[in-house]
Design a protein around this ligand. Structure first.
Ligand code: ADP
Length: 591
């Protein structure tokens, strides 16, 4: 049994289950230790032939009643205590996932997802074991162990001391090993985390691994990581084994002592008056009691192990749960009914948390509701960073970005993100049906299937979808069809369009489609978004040349803002981009 802020509230919540379970467990423990007495008496009465058939039958009935109580009781406490510990596990898992969903980009750039999975699996499992089984071990060690000792003391003090002294060794040895165990466990867990990371990343990128014929290298890397994890686990198991073996040796030795000294007692007291005799029945009772004591003794050793693991894991879980949510609503949020889509960047300078210099400097521009705006610049110039800030992925200083005249830092984050339809560069799609992927960000009302189709038509992917055997029910990803880059992009455009948001952002989202499809999508956008803001990030001139205005970004700075014609006339940089693009296109055509 372990405690901690994260756990205590669950002990409170499921107190009735734990309490009832513990009461049942204690009753079972008590009844269990009544049986040796009965058996001892029966043996003695049989030996002195002072019992008849009816008497034996009575013993059998009594013992059977005890056995039935034990069976029902064991069933009940298992259901109650193990059930409650499963509920704790369920609760903490939900808490962790909910928290993980809220953690910001900074956390995820420091922690890889594969490693985080270990918190959800191994660590939760060891906390659950410390709560449920750990609680049973503790009660059995204390109550069952104590009561067995009490009964044994009543039979013979010296014999009980012989049996009891080794217990102190077990407790002492266990306590010393506990700390070592915890350290080894942490190391093993950490190694497992790294291994999960490696496996996750490698299998996700299996295509690249194969394309570069790096399978052997990766297998060797895996071997190394796996061997390290194995060694750390073996270190842990070695200490665990030492602990268990020591306990077994002690227990077996005590058995020999009991048989030896107990046998001597039986012989030497044989001639004494009946009440002073240590009878064969007494010795049998004693052996049965000691037998019942073996589990609490082992439990005592195991508690240390289970508690050490559980505590280590709880610390790791707390670490995740205590991660501050960096990006959250300010204390004085201004709630607005509706966002219209006017955007102002006012002298914005931004540096990534782990970077040494700003990625964006003195950015100024304005976008009015209903405008279609292009953001053009070379790769790495800072275009995505500008949009990440508009999505409130990172915190910025106040007074730098305004939506409808309100400081973005004062708007509720949910409102901001709900008002933006975002088509990310990588167009991540879930391993789910096409319709569920498109409908990801929208409410599922009665007409949502029509809306899905409408969005798919607008992003020019409807015809592709209907060509699939299962149409909109086609599952994408690992267990389904593999889509082309262009199809993925168009699906993620549909996913953003279905929200019909006041602000739509396409981050280089038509780069993988041909120019004709691009033209169709853009003209569709123009027709449906006449009153709504649309921002197109692009590195291809064709994507943005008809935009109301183009924001030219270079090296983290806005170098010019104007229409295609204006920029062609006055911007050397723009003309250069147009020229290069034309050359690229010509090379492409002549290929
Ligand atoms: P673009 O979209 O124009 O290709 P980005 O905005 O993606 O450019 O990147 C601009 C610069 O910011 C790049 O040098 C990139 O390496 C850096 N950058 C992007 N994301 C992060 C991050 N999370 N932490 C630190 N630097 C980053």
């Amino acid at each position: 049994m372990i405690f901690g802020k994260t756990l205590n509230k669950y002990y409170k919540k499921y107190f009735h289950m734990f309490a009832l379970g513990l009461i049942t467990l204690i009753i079972v423990d008590y009844v269990q230790l009544e049986i040796p007495n009965y058996i001892g008496s029966l043996i003695d009465e049989l030996k002195t032939q002072s019992i008849n058939q009816a008497g034996i039958l009575e013993y059998i009935v009594d013992i059977s009643i005890f056995v039935v109580i034990i069976i029902i009781g064991r069933f009940a406490w298992r259901l109650l205590i193990f059930g409650a510990s499963r509920k704790v596990d369920y609760g903490i898992r939900n808490e962790m996932f909910a928290h993980a969903e809220q953690l910001d980009a900074e956390f995820y750039s420091e922690h890889k997802t594969g490693g985080l999975m270990a918190y959800f699996t191994n660590d939760l499992e060891s906390v659950r074991r410390a709560v449920g089984p750990g609680m049973i071990m503790l009660v059995d060690a204390l109550f069952l162990g104590g009561l067995a000792f009490y009964h044994m003391f009543n039979l013979d003090v010296l014999l009980t001391l012989f049996a009891g002294i080794p217990l102190i060794f077990i407790a002492f040895f266990g306590a010393v090993m506990g700390r070592k165990l915890r350290n080894k466990f942490k190391k093993a867990q950490h190694a497992f985390e790294e291994l999960s990371d490696f496996t996750n990343e490698n299998l996700s990128g299996i295509g690249v691994v194969k394309a570069f014929v790096k399978e052997r290298t990766e297998i060797n890397e895996f071997l190394k990581a796996n061997e390290y994890a194995k060694d750390k686990n073996i270190d842990f198991v070695r200490i665990q084994a030492k602990l268990q073996v020591t306990i077994t040796v002690i227990v077996s030795t005590v058995f020999v002592v009991i048989l030896g000294y107990g046998g001597y007692l039986v012989q030497s007291t044989a001639g004494l008056p009946a009440e002073d005799q240590f009878t064969i029945g007494n010795l049998s009772t004693f052996i049965l009691l000691f037998n019942a004591l073996v589990w609490p003794m082992r439990a005592l050793g195991m508690i240390i192990n289970v508690r050490s693991r559980g505590k280590g894991s709880l610390q790791r879980i707390d670490y995740v749960l205590n991660q501050p949510i960096g990006v959250k609503d300010s204390e004085h949020t201004v709630d607005v009914d509706e966002i219209k889509g006017n955007i102002t960047f006012n002298n914005l300078t931004f540096q990534y948390p782990d970077a040494t210099e700003p990625v964006l400097e003195n950015i100024n521009f304005e976008i009015k509701q209903g405008e279609m705006v292009g953001v053009l610049g070379k790769t790495g110039s800072g275009k995505t960073s500008i949009l990440d800030l508009l999505l409130r992925i990172y915190n910025i200083d106040k007074g730098q970005i305004f939506i409808d005249g309100i400081d973005i830092m004062d708007l509720p984050i949910k409102k901001v993100r709900n008002s933006i339809g975002y088509v990310p560069q990588d167009g991540f799609l879930f391993s789910d049906s096409i319709s569920n992927n498109i409908a990801f960000g929208c409410r599922r009302d009665e007409e949502y299937f029509l809306q899905i189709q409408e969005a798919a038509k607008l992003s020019d992917v409807h015809d592709n979808i209907t060509e699939f055997k299962h149409g909109y029910d086609t599952v994408i990803g690992e267990r389904g069809v593999t889509l082309s880059g262009g199809q993925k992009q168009r699906l993620s455009i549909a996913r953003a369009l279905i929200k019909n948001p006041p602000i739509l952002i396409l981050d280089d989202s038509v780069s993988a489609v041909d120019t004709k499809t691009e033209e169709t999508i853009l003209s569709n956008l123009r027709s449906i978004r006449n009153n709504k803001t649309t921002i197109l990030i692009a590195h291809r001139i064709s994507t943005i040349k008809d935009a109301d205005k183009i924001i030219l970004v270079e090296d983290g700075k806005v170098v010019d803002v104007g229409t295609h014609e204006e920029l062609e006339e006055r911007s050397e940089f723009y003309r250069d981009l147009v020229y290069r693009q034309r050359l690229e296109d010509e090379i492409e055509v002549s290929k």
